[in-house]
Design a protein around this ligand. Sequence first.
Ligand code: ADP
Length: 372
Amino acid sequence: MIGGGQLARMAHDAAIPLGVRFRLLADTPQDSAALAVNDVVLGDYRDLETLRRFAAGCDVITFDHEHVPTEHLRTLLAEGVNVRPGPDALVFAQDKGLMRAKLDSLGVPCPRHRLVADPADVTQFAQEGDGYPVVLKTTRGGYDGKGVWVVKDEAEAAEPFRAGVPVLAEEKVDFVRELAADVVRSPHGQAVAYPVVESVQKDGICHEVVAPAPNLSAHLAAEAQALALRIAGELDITGHLAVELFETRDGRVLVNELAMRPHNSGHWSIDGAVTSQFENHIRAVLDLPLGDPRPRQPWTVMVNVLGGDYPDMYSAYLHCLARDPGLRIHMYGKDVKPGRKVGHVTVFGDDLEDVRERARHAAAYLRGDITE
Ligand code: ADP
């Protein structure tokens, strides 16, 4: 797996019981996954020679992030490396402009959008719809809300253009909530769909996921799953696909984003589903039969642990573990920095309010926001 973040760390964890040997390409020995994996190649994922050195001896390579240059992946593919998902699919997760154009061609519902040339063009785009505010996104390189701006006038619209990459404008959707439809597809065409989840974002960062999404109509849930399966098939995706969605006030879903790798919206599945997203991603890239994606219990709530003011989260374990023996803690081994995703907690059970309160309490206590 290319990329040493927490997604690789948790994918490695899923590879162990399958007996799958796991090699990692990481930036530094301190990367979250590099702390856990023993077969680590250190190097820059933007460098073709490094990628070649890493891929030699791997049966298949896959990713913890979208940022490996597409042209390098095409070269590796031409040289016989098994790249999954392949560059022709991955490019739609790497470039938001290409993703929107592709989804348009498939007739997939998206927010109103177009590429914009400069701040005056953003104003033009705003006037073609309901005016400002407008959402601007750099087409490449964004994550966790970095590369996304909500701008209220032409002066604010200048900022995104400073990065020197093409900028996509989108209407600001007045959504009821955000959902995610996660599916996994294997090269021989088998696919599974996880229950549609609700994800709560703050400042572009995922804070909380409830599986399944409460009060979602069976009709809309089935529509979202079918949409995700169709996208996975049409784009010929191998592995995990997260389709981030907006639920609109008139009961539709619009596609916000695609991620072709394990995703924060699926972390609940480690403890909450029969087969986790990480295990199914690994099974898919190896073209093994996929596991059951269904939940093991009525409700699972995952809350991300973001870095707070206390550098030492371990001191909070005594309280959290004693208070709640049903709590599942997943820490990523990262240094605590304010706002950084350093772990997540999961609680499951029959009573959504109870499960949610316990998960929120543990995450807030670990962060240091509450002390009792
Ligand atoms: P990233 O690549 O950082 O994940 P996203 O495109 O998912 O960026 O945007 C991050 C967050 O910004 C979304 O989860 C959502 O809360 C908000 N957002 C993005 N696009 C829109 C939009 N068109 N309308 C309203 N909110 C949006």
